[in-house]
Design a protein around this ligand. Structure first.
Ligand code: TYM
Length: 334
């Protein structure tokens, strides 16, 4: 990478804390491969973030490989993009420690994800859960990232990352590139099929989300059961019709058609027809990736090779920033 002409860096990460959902796909994953020809892209399996919630070791190890396979199946090319596991590059944890000393308790206290997760895991409100956004800032800042493609739920973390970078640069000069989030207008927030006021999440019950490896029958069944409302008109109105609006948003994100055009095209039809259309779009979008995923997941050696080679490239880039930071703050030269 370092021999090519310098292009802006894209960085993003996904937690290997369960099989990904349609929300992860629409909000983040499907956009990753579109960026790899124009930018230097780095996509991380953020296993260190995942352990802020207790993980079964065998499951965690397996899911890191599964996520690597999904990255590849979504069209990411390891010759163009770096696809690695966070724990394979120790600079993440090292920079996170330093940035912890440039982050205020008050800032972390305001993070809505911390509040949500502490409510969900009241028996394990660990310090890692609290400082999670600092590790995320380290992930991003290590690579001099310009843009971070994420769903809308990560916006607050990105704002904190920018604040930390600017604070550090204010003291030591231009050490970090200050990154910007890339949040898509449609699909930045895919909602739960059962409680459309909440975001679709892999840690919620099965029937609230579409998993990226659900088969067509399961996808149809889950969408058929999706909560709508007692009216029958197909209208985009997130406040009064969150369920229907979520379904319209899913079609819009997957087809590129505006929600207005979708509604106009379906005028006079009922929710049954809308759900059939959603299911068709989702199945069409996921099928090619699922076929590719099935082949890739059977080849563990190849997946581990991609992880290892990518980690080497990532570590090289990360060390450059880490060394600079260590020098600036006055750590003894070795
Ligand atoms: P995670 O693993 O929860 O989600 C991965 C990506 O999927 C997006 N996403 C959604 N988008 C739309 N609708 C939804 N219902 C939905 N659910 C999830 C997320 O916004 C995210 O882009 N903290 C991050 C992981 C992370 C990271 C990073 C991201 C760690 N370090 C550095 C970017 C850069 C997280 O928990 O994502």
């Amino acid at each position: 990478m370092e021999t090519k002409e310098k292009r802006p860096v894209i960085f993003s990460g996904i937690q290997p804390s369960g099989m990904l959902t349609l929300g992860n796909y629409i909000g983040a994953l499907r956009r990753f491969s579109e960026l790899q020809d124009q930018y230097d892209c780095i996509y991380c399996v953020v296993d260190e973030h995942a352990i802020t919630v207790r993980q079964n070791p065998a499951d965690l190890r397996r899911r890191c490989l599964e996520l690597t396979a999904l990255y590849l199946a979504s069209g990411l090319d390891p010759q163009k993009s770096i696809l690695y596991c966070q724990s394979h590059v120790s600079a993440h944890a090292e920079l996170a420690w330093i940035l912890n000393c440039f982050t205020y308790m008050g800032e972390l206290n305001r993070m809505t994800q911390f509040k949500d997760k502490s409510a969900k895991h009241a028996d394990n409100i660990n310090a890692g859960l609290f400082t999670y956004p600092v590790l995320m800032a380290a992930d991003i800042l290590l690579y001099q990232t310009s843009y971070v493609p994420v769903g809308a739920d990560q916006k607050q973390h990105l704002e904190l990352t920018r604040d930390i970078a600017q604070r550090f640069n204010g003291v030591y000069g231009d050490v970090f590139t200050v990154p910007e989030p890339l949040i898509s207008k449609t699909g930045g927030r895919v909602m739960s099929l059962q409680e459309p006021e909440r975001k679709m999440s892999k840690s919620d019950p099965e029937d609230t989300f579409i998993s990226l490896i659900d088969d067509p029958d399961t996808i149809r069944r889950k969408i058929k059961r999706a909560v709508t409302d007692s009216e029958s008109e197909i209208r985009f109105d997130p406040e009064n019709k969150p369920g229907v609006s979520n379904l319209l948003n899913i079609i819009s994100a997957l087809t590129g058609e505006s929600t207005d055009d979708i509604c106009a095209g379906m005028a006079g039809q009922g929710y049954g027809a809308l759900k059939t259309r959603v299911a068709d779009c989702v199945i069409e979008a996921l099928s090619p990736m699922q076929a590719e995923y099935k082949k890739l997941i059977a080849d563990k050696e190849y997946l581990m090779k991609v992880q290892a080679e990518s980690a080497e490239k990532a570590a090289y880039l990360a060390q450059k920033t880490l060394r600079k930071v260590q020098k600036k703050i006055g750590f003894a030269a070795r």
